[in-house]
Design a protein. Structure first.
Lengths: 114, 110
């Protein structure tokens, strides 16, 4: 079974530039999550999708972050414009059902904002 | 609001010594607790969950509602246990938000 795929693995940009991350969840997984993990901290949930609908985006900085999951499969997370404090690893995860405690994570996309 | 606290950033023990990674939580509802692990150069993955009450790789964790704790224990640490460990709580308004603690790095020395 293929795992959660993410790209790019690494991205370096300057502040005020934009960046987009892509995630392909495990086939059949209805729920998709984006987490932000700043160095030395645990993952923090940004947004949760159930199929192509948003379940929770209360911690997403909506003035600069946006995410979508068209057709209920792949998802993209965009940051525009980026700030220095956005430097982090962006983790995508999926689960078979909503409310599952077992999440399957991708390898993450490491963003450095200079 | 739910919160998970792991007081130790780093725990260093010798091989064969007992290990206890601490986790405390705050949550007004009935929590489900989990431990996730990330080995070097690998993805974050589930280690165990409290409702299954199972031992995985020699690790166990008991939910103590009185002390609001979910400490992870292993009687004899192995070098391959060296990793980052994250405690997580499933809760939120709809009971479907997984909140992670800050993590503890376990180093098992030979």
């Amino acid at each position: 079974e293929a795992g959660v795929a993410q790209s790019p693995r690494y991205k370096i940009i300057e502040k005020r530039q934009s960046v987009a991350f892509w995630c392909n969840p495990i086939s059949g997984h209805a729920t998709l999550y984006w987490y932000q993990q700043i160095l030395g901290q645990g993952p923090k949930l940004l947004i949760q999708f159930q199929n192509n609908g948003v379940v929770d985006d209360s911690q997403l900085p909506k003035d600069r972050f946006s995410a979508e999951r068209l057709k209920g499969v792949d998802s993209t997370l965009k940051i525009q414009p980026a700030k220095l404090e956005d430097s982090a690893v962006y983790l995508c995860a999926s689960s078979l059902v909503r409310g599952a405690g077992e999440l399957f994570f991708g390898e993450g996309s490491r963003l450095t904002v200079l | 609001a739910q919160r998970v606290t792991q007081p130790e950033k780093l725990l260093s023990v010798f091989k064969g010594a007992p290990v206890e990674l601490k986790c405390n939580y705050s949550y007004s509802g009935s929590p489900e607790l989990f431990w996730y692990v990330q080995y070097s150069r690998q993805r974050l993955q589930l280690l165990l969950r409290h409702i299954s009450r199972e031992s995985i790789k020699g690790f166990t964790a008991d939910l103590n509602k009185g002390e609001t704790s979910f400490h992870l224990k292993k009687p004899f640490a192995q070098e391959e246990d060296s990793a980052m460990y994250y405690c997580a709580l499933l809760g939120g308004n709809a009971g479907n938000m997984l909140t992670f603690g800050g993590g503890t790095r376990l180093m098992v020395k030979p």
